[in-house]
Design a protein around this ligand. Structure first.
Ligand SMILES: [Zn+2]
Length: 371
C-alpha cells in the first residue's frame, strides 16, 4: 500500500513539474524594431533577377552536360548589370567557376564575406506550373529555378553593393563577395576561394551564406512566420551500394536477383533510422520557437529531455524537416541496373545521400549501415 502511495505521489510531482515548466515556458522578450524602408530600385532589381533566372546555369556532376555558354552568359550579365561593382571592386576568377570581388573598406582588418552560388539543380519542366527558366512574374511572384537557391541572394548582395557604391559609401572593413557556379554538385570553386583567402592571409571575421528562410510551420504548433538563420550545417556523404552478379538471362532467374538483394538492403536501412540526437543549434531553436507553440506542444518543448523517446518515435514516423533536425538521415535517390528487361545486369547499384549529425563521421555511418 505504502509503495502505491509513494508511486502516486511521485507521479503527481512529475506531472506538476512538467506543467509548471510548460507554464513558465514563455516567449523570450523581443526587441521592438521600428519598421524601416530599404532603399532599393525595386524594378531594376526584379529585372536583373529575372535575367539571371533566364540563364540556364544547371550544374551536373558530369560537367560535360553543362551548357557552358549559359554560365558565361550569366557572368557577362553581372558585368553589364553592376558596372560600379566592377569598377570599384577588384575582381578575379578563381577555380572553375569561382568569382571573387574584393571591395576595399577603410580597414582590411576583420573582413566580411558574402557568399552565394549561381548554379541550379535540374528542373523537370513538365512538373512546373510556370516554365522554370522563363522568369515569369505572376500574381506578384517571380517564378523560376534559382529564385530562392540562390540567385535571389546573389542578386540582393550585388544590388546592395551597387546601390551603396552609387552613394559613395565606403565600408568600414573590407568586404569580399564570393560566388560559385558548382555548389549543387559539391564542386571545388568555393574551396578554391577559401584556399586563396588563406594563402593571402585573409581571415574572415564573418561569413554569410545561404541557409534558412522565412518559414511557417517548420516547428510543429508554431503558427507565426519565423526567420530561421542557419548557424550549423550537417555533414554530407554520398554512398553507393553495389551487388554484382554473373549476369544471365531472365528466363532462368536465381532465387535472389541483384535487385532483390538491394531492395532488402534499402528496406533494412530505412527500417532502422539513426539514433535520435539533438545538436546544440536544434536545441536552441526549439527553446526559442517552442515557446510560441500551443500549450500541448509546449508541454513537450519545455520538457525535451523527458519527452525524448516520444519525439524520437514521432519524428521517425513523420520524416521530413523535423526528423532531419534530430538525426543522421539516409535518402536513397539513384538506382542503376539492366537496360534490358530480359537480361540480368552484371552489377546493380543504389546510391544514397547521407546527411550526418554532429558526432557522426564517415566511418561511424558506414559501420552503422553495415550492421
Ligand atoms: Zn543553394
Amino acid at each position: 500500500m505504502e509503495i502505491l502511495i509513494f508511486i502516486g505521489a511521485a507521479l503527481v510531482l512529475l506531472l506538476a513539474f512538467i506543467l509548471i515548466r510548460a507554464l513558465f515556458f514563455r516567449p523570450y522578450p523581443m526587441k521592438e524594431i521600428p519598421p524601416f524602408a530599404v532603399e532599393v530600385d525595386r524594378d531594376r532589381a526584379v529585372q536583373n533577377l529575372t535575367r539571371m533566372i533566364r540563364c540556364k546555369t544547371v550544374s551536373y556532376l558530369d560537367t560535360s552536360l553543362e551548357a557552358e555558354g549559359e554560365f558565361e552568359k550569366f557572368r557577362a550579365l553581372l558585368r553589364e548589370c553592376y558596372p560600379l561593382v566592377h569598377q570599384y571592386c577588384q575582381f578575379q576568377r578563381i577555380g572553375r567557376t569561382g568569382l571573387l570581388y574584393h571591395w576595399p573598406g577603410k580597414s582590411s582588418e576583420k573582413p566580411t564575406v558574402y557568399m552565394a552560388h549561381y548554379d541550379v539543380v535540374p528542373a523537370e519542366e513538365e512538373a512546373w506550373e510556370q516554365p522554370p527558366f522563363a522568369g515569369i512574374i505572376k500574381d506578384g511572384f517571380l517564378w523560376g529555378r534559382g529564385t530562392l537557391d540562390t540567385k535571389g541572394t546573389l542578386c540582393a548582395i550585388l544590388e546592395g553593393a551597387e546601390y551603396l557604391l552609387a552613394q559613395g559609401f565606403v565600408p568600414a572593413n573590407d568586404i569580399y563577395l564570393s560566388f560559385s557556379g558548382d555548389e549543387e554538385t559539391n564542386g571545388a570553386s568555393a574551396s578554391d576561394i577559401v584556399d586563396y583567402l588563406a594563402a593571402n592571409g585573409i581571415t574572415p571575421h564573418m561569413v554569410l551564406d545561404e541557409g534558412g528562410a522565412i518559414v511557417q510551420g517548420a516547428v510543429p504548433g508554431v503558427q507565426e512566420k519565423c526567420a530561421l538563420v542557419g548557424t550549423g550545417e550537417k555533414g554530407k556523404l554520398h554512398l553507393r551500394f553495389t551487388v554484382k552478379s554473373k549476369g544471365g538471362h531472365a528466363s532462368s532467374p536465381p532465387p535472389r536477383t541483384p535487385i532483390g538483394i538491394l531492395a532488402r538492403a534499402v528496406c533494412a536501412v530505412e527500417n532502422k533510422p539513426f539514433r535520435f540526437h539533438m545538436a546544440g543549434p536544434a536545441r536552441e531553436m526549439f527553446d526559442i520557437l517552442g515557446r510560441h507553440a500551443g500549450f500541448g506542444l509546449k508541454l513537450v518543448f519545455a520538457n525535451l529531455k523527458l519527452f525524448g523517446s516520444l519525439l524520437n518515435l514521432a519524428t521517425k514516423k513523420m520524416g521530413g524537416e523535423f526528423n532531419a533536425l534530430v538525426r543522421t538521415t539516409v535518402a536513397f535517390t539513384k538506382m542503376k541496373a539492366s537496360d534490358t528487361v530480359n537480361v540480368f545486369p552484371a552489377a546493380a547499384s543504389v546510391e544514397a545521400d547521407v546527411r550526418m549529425m554532429e558526432g557522426d563521421t564517415k566511418d561511424s555511418v558506414i559501420a552503422a549501415l553495415k550492421q
